[in-house]
Design a protein around this ligand. Structure first.
Ligand code: ADP
Ligand code: MG
Length: 483
């Protein structure tokens, strides 16, 4: 498909906070939410004489990220100083990688909802430290600065401008987030700033390969924000071009509260930052053997896992997509298949009752206390006829409430299905004497009321009556009464 004029062209710079305990160059905690300026030390504050020491856990996570995105790892990469002044940058420079990044030339492929593949080239992945946070809404006429985040390890993932629409961009980012969560390199919490997106966007000036002038949208901190902001910006640029104007090369800020774009500054160039190699940090050397070891240890990515769920378990695409929505859910499902035996039954139970319980309790699957063994026992109780399907779901809830096993719950709470004739007779006679009009109509030939009676028996017994037996007993009782 050829390009056409006015078409959006989008490239992303995604900052991902790596899930380490300590900062990139010092031992301060990276934990979110501490009192302001409590996780700081001479190194991240840039006090004279303090020296940085590279955190090897961060390197490990950066390598995992780069390898999972198909990048080439460079044996030697260089930390550089990016110099600028800002109140939340106490050193006056940010340590980043510039001319020689950790990794380049990757690719990330996403399944679009329409079944098409979306393949995006990764230009580079480099390591850097985060800056602090300026807080503008704390004091009425002053800005507060919190430096806890200063020096927290990040990777920046830079794509080529391969995305063709705001919708594709959203799909790409959602899949990227899931992929990174599977890799366990980041918690990817957008609200806490562990995944931050800058989007570069232009519109094609003609039908050739030529690209238009881009703008850069910053502060995109939700998926819907990314999509909305890009839609607006594409429209704005199209309008400018159609009126014969020229798009200015600038940095724009997305105001999520007002859903509008604001000008932040005219675009800086990289030479404005006076990058130079950090004299306090030696080159980062990654032994190719180590990189290969990390690559071999990578977990199965979500996209492959979804495919495998379709082929190995015979699941519909949609179900496989839901069940691979998070790594914890996919693990739980596969454990459940092993315990339950039948993949179809396991997927019905997991996609239905299990996810419902998790949602109701507002629990992530990673924190969900149900074991696959317990689920399998519930399924077994239903399949052997000890409880109805409806009561089975109820048992699941009680297992979660009490921490007891499903069989214990059924026994202690008297939930087993009742097919015992005398108990059934008792319920039947109560129902029939409670509904004399319906009994009359049934006798007059309205036989479909049988279902109504059985329903009433199920209600009275709180789902414990064996419906087949109840059906038989009520029919007999009506015949007896009619005789
Ligand atoms: P800059 O030098 O302005 O920072 P780069 O070439 O380094 O630009 O690219 C930064 C990001 O902008 C990359 O994600 C890239 O894919 C994207 N990008 C570059 N040119 C365009 C363009 N014309 N339209 C949209 N995105 C672009
Ligand atoms: Mg750039």
């Amino acid at each position: 498909m050829g390009a056409s004029a006015g078409e959006p062209v989008i490239g992303l710079e995604v900052h991902v906070q790596l899930r380490t305990e300590e900062k990139l160059f010092c031992a301060d905690s990276t934990a979110f939410g501490a009192d302001p300026n409590t996780h700081v030390c001479p190194v991240c504050l840039g006090l004279p004489g303090a020296l940085p020491v590279l955190n090897s856990d961060a390197v490990e996570l950066a390598l995992r990220t780069a390898l999972a995105l198909g990048c080439t790892i460079h044996e030697t990469s260089i930390f550089a100083r990016k110099n600028y002044f800002y109140p939340d940058l106490p050193k006056g420079y940010q340590v980043s990688q510039f001319e020689r990044p950790l990794a380049t030339d990757g690719r990330f492929t996403v399944d679009r909802e329409d079944g098409e593949e979306l393949s995006v080239r990764i230009r580079r992945i480099h390591m850097e430290e985060d800056a602090g946070k300026s807080i503008h809404d704390r004091f009425p006429s002053a800005t507060a600065v919190d430096l806890n985040r200063t020096g927290v390890p990040l990777v920046e993932i830079v794509t080529e401008p391969d995305l063709g629409s705001p919708e594709d961009t959203r799909a790409f980012l959602q899949a990227l987030k899931r992929h990174l969560e599977y890799l366990d390199v980041s918690d990817c919490n957008m609200e806490e700033g562990s995944l931050r997106v800058d989007a570069n966007v232009s519109v094609r000036p003609g039908s050739g390969q030529e690209l238009g002038t881009k703008t850069e949208l910053k502060n995109l901190n939700s998926f819907s924000g990314v999509e909305k902001a890009l839609r607006q910006e594409v429209e704005r640029q199209r309008r400018i071009v159609s009126e014969g104007g020229e798009v200015e090369h600038e940095t724009l800020l997305w105001d999520a509260g007002r859903s509008e774009i604001r000008t932040m500054r005219s675009k800086e160039e990289s030479h404005d930052y006076r990058y130079f190699p950090d004299p306090d940090l030696p080159p980062l050397v990654v032994d190719p053997a180590r990189a290969e070891e990390v690559r071999r240890g990578l977990p199965e990515p979500p996209r492959e896992r979804k495919r495998r769920f379709v082929t190995q378990y015979g699941l519909p695409e949609y179900d496989a997509g839901v069940l691979t929505g998070s790594r914890a859910l996919a693990h739980f499902f596969e454990d459940a298949v092993r315990e339950v035996g039948d993949p179809k039954a396991a997927s019905n139970w997991v996609m239905g009752p299990v996810l419902q319980e998790a949602n109701q309790r507002e629990l992530e699957m990673a924190d969900f206390p149900l074991t696959a063994e317990s689920l399998a026992q519930v399924v077994e109780l239903v399949e052997e006829g000890t409880v109805s399907h409806r009561v089975g779901r109820q048992v699941l809830g009680r297992v979660l409430d009490t921490g007891r096993s499903p069989r214990e719950v059924v026994e202690e709470e008297g939930l087993a299905q009742v097919s015992d004739a005398s108990a059934l007779e008792e319920w039947v006679s109560q129902v029939l004497s409670g509904h004399p009009d319906e009994v009359e109509r049934y006798r007059a030939g309205e036989e479909k009321l049988l279902g109504f009676f059985v329903g009433q028996i199920m209600r009275l017994s709180q789902g414990r009556a064996d419906p087949k037996e109840a059906n038989r007993v009520v029919r007999e009782a009506l015949q007896r009464q009619g005789a």
